[in-house]
Design a protein around this ligand. Structure first.
Ligand SMILES: Cc1cc2nc3c(=O)[nH]c(=O)nc-3n(C[C@H](O)[C@H](O)[C@H](O)COP(=O)(O)O)c2cc1C
Length: 282
């Protein structure tokens, strides 16, 4: 069984979970292939999942992580999964990090796509993480998460999956387990999307009087949406509203109000009765 870990992580929480998975695998002398799908402005290091190969002779176990954005997995991650070759053989473990508002349909949608790709999930996880829109608030939403207890649950999940594959007694996950939201909440989540949020709030725009065109925003943008030539260039179709440009701008040229973002999170979280916890499914 060859292990692959693929993730998209604009602000780093999903990467932390992926690194924990990698650490547990390495403790078991397993060297996974790692795909960091966040482009980080450096084309040369960008690997795509289209290069993933596995067969009946050497099936793969794909650990795949996404943040929850607007109640769904990140579109660029889903596009990568959709572009996986058709003839794969193996299993998967989808995981998401979510900011304690609502994890929406991200896990069931990832799981359904993985089944289509002949990689049925053996397990899944939703890991509570600091809300990446609230970094500059006095108290960010879900501050400090994931903490060690969240990550210990990830360790257990990896141990359970390894036990299954090493003893040859694999039990694909019953996907009904991922329908943990009420039907009303699932219907609400289905109405939300990143494109709709972009229409509502617009993409980030630097104040021309403050911007020095240093290029930091271009470097930290995980999708290649930011560019300096011609300046100021945000390609709205590529922008995922991750706000890495806003967060890392040395001139604070992009307006942002963390306290207001926390208030929005609080309002939306109150409308969802989902427990604000990390949960694993197997
Ligand atoms: C544009 C945007 C939309 C988000 N939507 C949700 C959401 O619908 N529900 C939620 O619980 N958290 C939401 N979050 C918070 C992220 O899911 C959470 O912070 C995640 O851990 C970020 O992962 P990363 O650190 O790997 O980028 C959103 C964050 C951003 C920037």
């Amino acid at each position: 069984m060859q292990h692959c870990i693929a993730y998209f992580s604009p602000a780093g929480s999903t990467r932390r979970v992926a690194e924990r998975v990698q650490h547990v695998l390495q403790n078991q002398k397993i060297q996974p292939q790692v795909f960091d799908l966040s482009r980080q402005g450096q084309e040369a290091t960008h690997k795509t999942l289209a290069t993933l190969t596995c067969s009946a002779d050497e099936p793969c176990l794909l650990w795949v992580g996404s943040p929850v954005y607007c109640d769904h997995a990140l579109p660029p991650l889903m596009e990568q999964l959709a572009s996986l070759p058709a003839h794969l053989q193996g299993y998967s473990v989808p995981f998401v990090t979510w900011g304690g508002v609502c994890s929406g349909l991200a896990l069931p949608e990832m799981a359904a796509l993985l089944v289509q790709k002949n990689l049925p999930p053996l397990a899944a996880a939703k890991v509570l993480a600091e809300h990446s829109s609230t970094w500059d608030a006095p108290e960010p939403w879900a501050a400090g998460r994931p903490h060690e207890e969240d990550l210990v649950l990830v360790d257990r999940l990896v141990a359970e999956v390894l036990q299954q594959v090493q003893t040859g007694t694999v039990h694909p996950l019953d996907l009904h387990r991922l329908e943990y939201l009420s039907s009303t909440q699932r219907a609400d989540a289905a109405l939300k999307s990143l494109p709709k949020a972009k229409t509502a709030v617009g993409t980030p725009r630097a104040d021309e009087a403050l911007c020095t065109q240093c290029g930091e925003c271009e470097q930290v943008c995980p999708t290649g949406a930011m560019g300096l030539q011609p300046w100021p260039l945000v390609q709205p179709e590529l922008c995922i509203l991750c706000q890495q440009c806003v967060r890392h701008c040395p001139e604070q040229a992009f307006p942002h109000d963390g306290a207001q973002a926390v208030q929005r999170c609080a309002n939306m979280a109150a409308a969802s009765d989902e427990g604000k916890v990390t949960a694993v499914f197997y």
